[in-house]
Design a protein around this ligand. Structure first.
Ligand code: NCD
Length: 320
């Protein structure tokens, strides 16, 4: 009988099955996951026969912050692999009665799940859960810290469009300070030898961001989008994270100064892919016409890549 009894951490799960951050992930492992995700793309979008490698496994989605794409794509990824999924959110669970994230995770684990996918507003919350439970833990976004599966899908998308990312200039534009996507994707870009061209208002780019990552690539910081827009290979627009902004609203001139407007888009080189992790604030960081461009907006293709990326991460966590 498999009963959970905690033993001072001595029987904790193998940390190599957790997926908590891109920072510190060996580059060879990042490349392996990307290659695997790329192979899984046809199955992810339903063009190849279902893969049953996770049949009989249970994936618990603990989403304590709102989510559309990430939660549903973890669920679809798990189902494509034959696993069963249970979903828990803050409202409707005992989190609303004050139960802590770690206690919730321990209780869900005690019911015998095989992996926990966690989204929380607590920066470092996924690692807190991983330190407490024995099953593998996957970070689906923890506060301002990291969103490692988003980074995987972003660089998968970029590789599909640009090939090898060595030396490629990828602009990441907007609310860098509050964005876990910006942090994770920057780590991945630098690890793969790309140039992360970070652009945002001075108040939304943290001090020292140019040295957050180590690797063959590099990071530069800019406050004027027009200074870089003619020379980049890809552009990722970010949503202003109103839920994290310290009481401030979106500046009325945000679109004019940092938005990818229809007029500004004309300054991009031919064929430069336009990315956005979603949810999109149309008419703020990106104009409708740009977001909906059938050739160069890859916003929905990113979502498809997300299913494949999460399949690769779930297999790494749970497959025997
Ligand atoms: C991002 C997130 O939650 O960090 N969204 C996502 O997972 N696709 C970005 C955002 O909320 O703006």
């Amino acid at each position: 009988m498999r009963l959970i009894h905690r033993t001072n951490g001595t029987e904790l799960s193998s940390p190599e099955r957790d997926f908590l951050a891109i920072e510190g992930l060996p580059t060879a492992e990042l490349r392996r996951l990307l290659d695997h995700a790329e192979q899984l793309l046809p199955a992810a979008v339903g063009d190849a026969p279902a893969d049953e490698r996770l049949r009989g496994r249970i994936v618990a989605n603990l989403f304590f912050e709102d989510s559309t794409r990430t939660r549903v794509s973890f669920e679809i990824a798990a189902r494509r692999l034959g696993a069963e999924v249970v979903n828990l959110s803050a409202s409707g669970s005992s989190a609303s009665k004050g139960e802590t994230l770690v206690d919730t995770a321990l209780n869900i684990e005690a019911m015998g799940v095989d992996t926990i996918v966690v989204r929380t507003s607590i920066s470092g919350g996924a690692a807190l859960v991983a330190n407490a439970v024995r099953c593998p833990v996957i970070n689906a976004g923890d506060g301002r810290h990291e969103h490692p599966t988003q980074a995987l899908l972003d660089v998968l998308m970029l590789r599909l469009r640009l090939g090898d990312l060595t030396g490629k200039r990828v602009a990441v534009v907007g609310d860098i300070a509050n964005s876990r996507v910006a942090r994770s994707t920057t780590h991945a870009l630098v690890a793969l030898g790309a140039h992360a061209v970070i652009v945002g208002p001075p108040a939304l780019v943290p001090m020292g961001f140019e040295s957050i990552a180590t690797g063959p690539g590099k990071i530069t910081i800019h406050h004027d989008i027009e200074e870089i827009i003619r020379s980049i290979d890809a552009i990722m627009m970010l949503r202003v994270q109103m839920e994290r902004a310290a009481g401030s609203g979106i500046a009325p001139d945000y679109r004019a100064t940092y938005g990818l407007t229809t007029a500004r888009r004309k300054l991009l080189r031919e064929g430069v892919p336009i990315l956005h992790p979603g949810p999109v604030n149309r008419g703020v960081e990106i104009d409708d016409e740009v977001a909906d461009d059938p050739r160069d907006s890859v916003i929905l293709a990113q979502v498809s890549c997300g299913v494949a990326a999460r399949m690769a991460v779930l297999l790494r966590a749970v497959a025997r």
